[in-house]
Ligand binder design. Structure first.
Ligand code: ADP
Length: 266
């Protein structure tokens, strides 16, 4: 695996629970801080790609929906309102830090259809060449899968593979992978490093612990498996304070590093 200081192309995924308050409203302070840190990291010479959840939550709060809608059309309506809102907020903050952002709404077809994959790759490469910060979400308003599985963890791993990233960082509402689901087992301990992928890890992964987060640890492990296909290391860390990204990039952080076994040859 490359040294952290040599990692240039970084994909960062942030979950809904890190962008919204527990009542569902947008957490402006958090998004502002995230935009500041990502802009700063980009100014340090890194290439930054953000994969963001939060469209449904943002839409719910704008449309005055109190509970996450169960009906697909309603969820997708919330997603389409929320996606605008989310990008508006990101644009406002990133602009303050002198950055140009770009929205990419991907569907899972990028993995199965070669022409789509190539186009997505080329677009991302062009955006990075021009110094823009691509902000990616799944096309929630038409992608039935995403709404059903709520799985931007997978999308972030697919994105990392598309651009051949040096590192994928999953920012969650938890410090990392624990020996058991900490919300169910008070004796659960943080696992700082996982080398290679053992499917037995799925045995310790429970579902989502929050109302707005939908993936849980299972989809994070799935993301690790996808990233490892291209020997991309993955860090799982707590997104409560976006400044943790500085620590991650220095290689000294609280979290879980998933290191591909035979990396170093890339
Ligand atoms: P986010 O959307 O912020 O990524 P998720 O709710 O999808 O958050 O996933 C994180 C949640 O996964 C944790 O809050 C925790 O409740 C749950 N979880 C289940 N098993 C584990 C485990 N072994 N280690 C850590 N968290 C776990």
């Amino acid at each position: 695996m490359k040294d952290f200081s040599e990692m240039k192309r970084i994909v960062i995924k942030i979950g809904s629970s890190s962008l919204t308050h527990s009542g569902g409203g947008i957490n402006f302070r958090k998004i502002d801080r995230l935009a500041m840190v990502l802009s700063d990291i980009k100014n340090m010479g890194k290439e930054v790609i953000l994969v963001t959840s939060g469209a449904v939550s943002a839409g719910m709060s704008k449309l005055g929906m109190v509970e996450r809608p169960k009906e697909m059309a309603e969820k997708q309506a919330a997603a389409s309102v929320g996606q605008c809102e989310l990008m508006f907020i990101y644009d406002k903050y990133f602009s303050e830090y002198g950055q140009t952002i770009a929205q990419l709404l991907l569907t899972k077809d990028v993995t199965t259809q070669e022409n789509l994959r190539r186009n997505a790759c080329n677009t991302l490469e062009a955006l990075l060449r021009y110094g823009a910060i691509p902000i990616i979400n799944e096309n929630d308003s038409i992608a039935v899968d995403e709404i059903a599985y709520g799985d931007n963890d997978t999308l972030s791993a697919i994105t990392a593979c598309l651009v051949d990233a040096d590192l994928l960082i999953l920012l969650s509402d938890i410090d990392g992978l624990y020996t058991a689901n900490p919300s169910a087992d008070p004796d659960a301990r943080l696992i700082p490093v996982v080398e290679g992928f053992d499917p037995k890890l799925y045995d310790i992964a429970g579902g989502s612990g929050s109302k707005v987060g939908t993936g849980g640890m299972v989809t994070k492990l799935h993301a690790v498996e996808i990233a490892f296909e291209k020997d991309i290391p993955v860090v799982l860390a707590n997104g409560a304070v976006p400044d943790i990204l500085y620590s991650v990039l220095s290689g000294k952080f609280t979290g879980t590093l998933f290191a591909p076994k035979e990396a170093g040859t890339r």
